[in-house]
Design a protein around this ligand. Sequence first.
Ligand SMILES: [Zn+2]
Length: 105
Amino acid sequence: MNTQLVEGKLREKLGQLEERLAHVKKDISKSYSSDSAEQAVERENDEVLGGIGQETQSAIEDIRAALVKIGEGTYENCSNCGKAINPERLVALPETGHCVACAGD
Ligand SMILES: [Zn+2]
């Protein structure tokens, strides 16, 4: 497997995710409206943004972990059991750190 190519793709994706996270953080309301109906909408909106933020954050962490594994030369091995991860799985899900059995998906 050409990990250099994968690394380039992961770094590109990481940059996009970091940008998205920065936008989400900026969009979350710092203060709420004094109108209670308005405030309910704002809080709901923040909950959605918070969910997106958490997903983005966890995707960023997965990619960082994958980049560390590439650096260590263990990218093609499962972080949990150490067995080789199916290359097709790595192509489809480059930031996965786990084999199918350990990821449970
Ligand atoms: Zn495994």
